[in-house]
Design a protein around this ligand. Structure first.
Ligand code: NI
Length: 184
């Protein structure tokens, strides 16, 4: 089931999300819905607060995109992160152009470390520790920020944020058009 996505300005995006326990009801269904929602919106990551649930659950998935046909291939890599913890940041800080399904039409270069070590549980409660690099490391950091009440625009310079202020206010007021459903 595709869930509506909350936009910039919604208070749930500013809360620190709570860890969940093994008895969290219907976790697998929630995770399946989050993947469906993310892929339907052409996203590569989605955190539970973005579907108005203040819990520490993240889905990440990558598919090759074919520009000629404007279609996506099969999923090549997918990670469900329950209660993720970034244990270590590694490597140099790099700029990378980020966007967010909760912040439609805004894409900005964000400076973050190029690798992280992240520990999490999957939806079967198996524990994993990954050394994430490349796009995976980038998305992990962006999504864990969501769990801590942060949005990627918080990490921009004051100047950039000032320049984006009106567009962010428009999103907060619901004055934005998206291909996917947003929560009022
Ligand atoms: Ni995001």
């Amino acid at each position: 089931m595709i869930l509506p996505i909350v936009g910039y300005g919604h208070p749930v995006l500013r809360k620190v999300a709570q860890p969940i326990s093994k008895d969290y009801p219907e976790l697998k269904q929630l995770v399946a819905n989050m993947y469906e929602t993310m892929y339907a919106a052409d996203g590569v990551g989605l955190a539970a607060p973005q579907v108005d649930l203040s819990i520490r659950v993240v889905v990440i998935g990558f598919r090759p995109y074919d520009e000629k046909t404007d279609t996506y291939g099969e999923v090549t890599e997918q990670h469900t992160l329950i209660n993720p913890e970034i244990l270590e940041f590694r490597g140099e800080k790099k700029f990378f152009n980020e966007g967010c399904l909760s912040v439609p039409d805004i894409h900005e270069d964000v400076l973050r470390p190029e690798s992280v070590v992240v520990r999490y549980y999957d939806e079967d409660w198996n524990e994993h520790t990954d050394e994430a690099t490349g796009l995976y490391a980038r998305v992990v950091q962006h999504e864990v920020d969501h769990l801590d009440g942060k949005v990627f625009t918080d990490r921009l310079s004051n100047l950039r944020r000032t320049m984006l202020k009106r567009r962010l206010n428009d999103i907060a007021a619901g004055r934005v058009r998206t291909k996917y459903r947003m929560k009022k």
